[in-house]
Design a protein around this ligand. Structure first.
Ligand SMILES: Cc1cc2nc3c(=O)[nH]c(=O)nc-3n(C[C@H](O)[C@H](O)[C@H](O)COP(=O)(O)OP(=O)(O)OC[C@H]3O[C@@H](n4cnc5c(N)ncnc54)[C@H](O)[C@@H]3O)c2cc1C
Length: 298
């Protein structure tokens, strides 16, 4: 019983002080979080969520860190890392395969599972450096989205909810979980059987197409497209191709990528604001960031 007290949960869950954002995000820049927690079970992550909420402590759920920009210096909140929530299993259901994954399973592992067992339908996700929880939260994909393969999602917001794909209200870069302070704990995905060699070839083709994307440290696309218009095209038309601010540069190959070749997140942030200002001046359009910020930048 005493184990349920908030203070005890915070002591029981493995944690790390001075958690480095540059080492744990694909942007490779930013400072540190005071404390990061690594819950190992759904029960632990839920109790941790409650404990931090009750203490009025700021916290951020971190998956693969591939769509975040963390502030420089010290983030005065906690980070809940989902990396230890990584069990995955599957079973046949009707003519389909049902994959049941914890939120912290890496996409690369999901792809290996599909390749090894001959499961098709998810190959379009290959190469996205994310966790399944993060991909569901953001409805990852491009043209085809992870929402097309989801059966149900379990999340915790003080209570556990199991909701169907329809109830997730998926849209472009959107799920209902983005509107609530919550942690996605488990996901059920649907796939079909296929010859493993064909699945492997499909994955290879997707990875080959991805090699055309800009190299360097980034979060992928920084901005959402605007009403179907490519944000990259708007940025290029505003004359920002190759624009540099300190260690941040608008990729000349794909203007919706801002690459960082240094350690200052503030440079990336200020370049993002400059891009927004210029696009607004030129087209009267306010671009919306897809990247999620951790901490204060002002
Ligand atoms: C090289 C590169 C290529 C990319 N290509 C694509 C692409 O093709 N398509 C695409 O859509 N995106 C792409 N991205 C962006 C990114 O990979 C996706 O947005 C992905 O969904 C983020 O998942 P993550 O696990 O890394 O989440 P994080 O970056 O860790 O977090 C992103 C957001 O999700 C929240 N979150 C993460 N896990 C949970 C959870 N369990 N519960 C609740 N909230 C959670 C975080 O709090 C945060 O708000 C790319 C990024 C890079 C660096």
């Amino acid at each position: 019983m005493s184990d349920n007290l908030p203070g005890n949960v915070l002591k029981c869950v493995p944690s790390q002080k001075n958690f480095s954002f540059s080492e744990n995000t694909t942007y490779g820049c930013g400072g540190v979080a005071e404390t990061a927690y690594f819950p190992r079970t759904e029960d632990e992550v839920c109790r941790l969520f409650d404990a931090l909420t009750k203490q009025g402590k700021k916290f951020f759920i971190l998956g693969g860190g591939s769509n975040v920009l963390a502030c420089d210096g010290v983030y005065d909140g906690a980070v809940i890392c989902t990396s230890q929530l990584d069990d995955i299993s599957f079973k046949a259901e009707g003519g389909n395969i049902l994959i049941d994954a914890a939120c912290g399973v890496k996409n690369a592992r999901l792809m290996s599972l599909c390749k090894k067992n001959g499961f098709t339908g998810l190959e379009f996700l290959a190469g996205i450096p994310a966790t399944i929880g993060g991909m569901v939260y953001m409805n990852a994909g491009s043209g085809t989205y992870i929402s097309d393969c989801i059966k149900s999602v379990r999340f915790y917001d003080g209570k556990l909810h199991d909701i169907s794909a329809d109830e997730c209200k998926f849209g472009y870069k959107h799920s209902i979980m983005r509107d609530i302070k919550c942690v996605i704990t488990r996901i059920k995905l649907s796939a079909k059987r296929e010859n493993p060699y064909i699945v492997e070839k499909n994955i290879k083709d997707v990875l080959a197409a991805r090699r055309r994307l800009p190299r360097g440290k980034s979060c992928g696309c920084v901005f959402e497209n605007y009403c179907g218009v490519s944000a990259g095209k708007l940025i290029e038309s505003a004359g920002l191709k190759g624009e540099r601010l300190g260690c941040a540069v608008v990729s000349p190959e794909h203007c919706n990528f801002i690459i960082s070749d240094g350690e200052r997140s503030s440079d990336v942030y200020r370049l993002i604001q400059r891009v927004k200002d210029r696009v607004y001046e030129k087209f009267g359009i306010t671009l919306k960031e897809e990247v999620c910020y951790i901490g204060d930048f002002k």
